[in-house]
Design a protein around this ligand. Structure first.
Ligand SMILES: Cc1cc2nc3c(=O)[nH]c(=O)nc-3n(C[C@H](O)[C@H](O)[C@H](O)COP(=O)(O)OP(=O)(O)OC[C@H]3O[C@@H](n4cnc5c(N)ncnc54)[C@H](O)[C@@H]3O)c2cc1C
Length: 455
């Protein structure tokens, strides 16, 4: 029976990061995946969608070129060509990842695995035993009861493979995936309507960010219905009709169902082996241990934020935990989040409402408007940087809206995770003219010494 120090089931962001780090630390590793190494993020998630968003940005730049004095016209979107560009990006990264895994001597096994004992995974009739086992089987796109996927009703998996631009789309769900696809399709020329049952788009963000995105989407001609729940959908040869609980009816070529992702754990033997689970999620403590000894779980199968970089961090963490390095726990709230639509939404730490619930009146906030930021004016984007801090204490939340602000999340996450006070950041220098200056300006203002803004 083949055996290794570590057997990892699932080679997505969480699983392969764990394999690479464990191999670096000298462990022998067997990594099992039934599909392509790299998982959702590389093949059906982060990377392909961001390639589409980049093509969308170019379409917008061509369409809006006149306002910058450049005469260009947008003749149309060649979707097969866009897909070719996207596949090229994914293909290069996939090749690189395969090379990395090989160079670290990780044994890659192709096939669907099933846990048959607390330390053994069976694949194609062969059993692989690990001193430690890591579960990393990820997530799948969910639908709603009575809303089967097929034909004109699709999830992000099918939407990514369209070889044409639909003339109209209804997007069910105003969360991260929904608003990103809405953004792409609008830039490509589709009529887009988002249906969100909660009162705001990106409802997990600070309300100020949600409202700013709603203003920007309204301006872009993206329609949305908020606070009314979906009732039913029917498709025929020419389109899809969606009815809401208040009787409102929308019709479009396609319906994208973006209502969240469920844990990919069914039929894999987890429950049978006695792993504690809840509604399909694998339960772990803050150090990623399941209830069984030597058994860990990482990434989207554990409750919490579903983000590739959370998966990477979990994977690295578990490898170091097994090696006895006592890695530092990063709570979910301090993981940076970026929604890559136009304009982008980026945040880390507590929202104002969450902070006030926790710290009451000891909370102060400051919103720096990108109207005062040179680079944002050059780009023609609106938005803000909002800081949430404890009075005379550290910054505990940073929330940003505007074109390209996702690129600023790196400094924001250092500020929050290093528990910097506004004064600590205010003395540091932010290069001019960059959008990064807006972060500096917001801290200057919160430290009581605003430069290009009013107190
Ligand atoms: C459209 C879309 C856009 C996204 N954009 C972003 C983004 O911009 N930024 C971001 O941070 N996150 C993004 N995400 C989320 C991100 O993709 C996930 O959080 C991440 O992929 C989770 O990693 P994981 O390792 O937990 O699972 P996965 O990446 O899903 O990997 C699980 C792996 O397990 C394998 N597997 C499953 N069952 C078995 C089995 N029985 N046997 C063998 N192998 C098995 C699968 O084949 C898969 O390769 C996006 C997701 C989607 C769908």
């Amino acid at each position: 029976m083949p055996s290794a120090d570590l057997v990892i089931l699932g080679g997505g962001s969480g699983g392969y990061a764990c394999a690479l780090r464990a191999a670096e630390l000298g462990m022998s590793v067997i990594l099992i995946d039934k599909d392509k190494l790299g998982g959702t993020c590389l093949h059906r998630g982060c990377i392909p969608t961001k390639a589409l968003l980049h093509a969308a940005e170019i379409a917008d730049a061509a369409r809006e070129s006149e306002q910058f004095g450049v005469r260009a016209t947008l003749e149309g979107i060649d979707m097969p060509k866009v897909n070719e560009y996207r596949d090229g990006v994914v293909g290069r990264l996939y090749k690189g990842l395969q090379g990395l895994v090989k160079s670290r001597n990780v044994t890659l096994i192709e096939g669907a695995g099933r846990l048959v004992s607390p330390n053994t995974v069976e694949v194609n009739g062969e059993q692989y035993t690990g001193t430690d086992v890591v579960l990393a089987t990820g997530s799948y796109a969910r639908s709603l009861p009575g809303l089967p996927i097929g034909g004109r009703i699709m999830t992000s998996d099918q939407a990514l493979n369209l070889d044409y631009v639909p003339s109209s789309v209804i997007v069910l769900g105003g969360g991260v995936i929904g608003v990103e696809f809405a953004s792409v399709w609008r830039s490509f020329g589709s009529e887009v309507t988002i249906v969100e049952g909660l009162p705001h788009l990106v409802p997990n963000e600070d309300e100020a960010a949600s409202k700013a995105l709603e203003r920007a989407y309204r301006k872009r001609g993206i329609n949305f219905s908020l606070g009314i729940r979906f009732a039913s959908a029917e498709q025929d040869d020419t389109g899809v009709t969606v009815t809401l609980e208040d009787g409102t009816v929308f019709r479009a070529d396609l319906l994208l169902v973006a209502v969240g992702r469920g844990p990919n754990t069914e039929g894999m033997g987890y429950e049978e082996q006695g792993i504690a689970m809840e509604r399909g999620w694998v339960l772990v403590d803050e150090r990623q241990h399941t209830n069984l000894p030597h058994m860990y779980a990482v990434g989207d199968i554990t409750p919490g934020l579903q983000l590739a970089h959370r998966g990477f961090q979990h994977g690295i963490f578990v490898a170091e935990e097994i090696a006895g390095l006592s890695p530092v726990v990063i709570p979910d709230v301090n993981i940076p989040k970026v929604t890559y639509c136009e304009p982008e939404v980026a945040s880390v730490g507590l929202s104002e409402v969450e902070a006030r619930a926790q710290y009451g009146d000891a909370v102060q906030t400051y919103e720096y408007n990108l109207g005062g930021n040179g680079k944002s004016q050059i780009l023609g984007t609106a938005g803000f940087v909002k800081l949430v801090s404890i009075t005379d204490g550290p910054v505990i939340g940073v929330h940003m809206v505007g074109s390209r602000v996702g690129e600023q999340i790196g400094e924001a996450q250092l500020i929050v995770n290093w528990e910097a006070h506004p004064d600590d950041v205010a003395v540091l220098i932010h290069a001019h003219p960059t959008q990064n200056e807006a972060l500096g300006e917001a801290h200057l203002a919160l430290a009581g010494k605003p430069l290009h803004s009013h107190a």
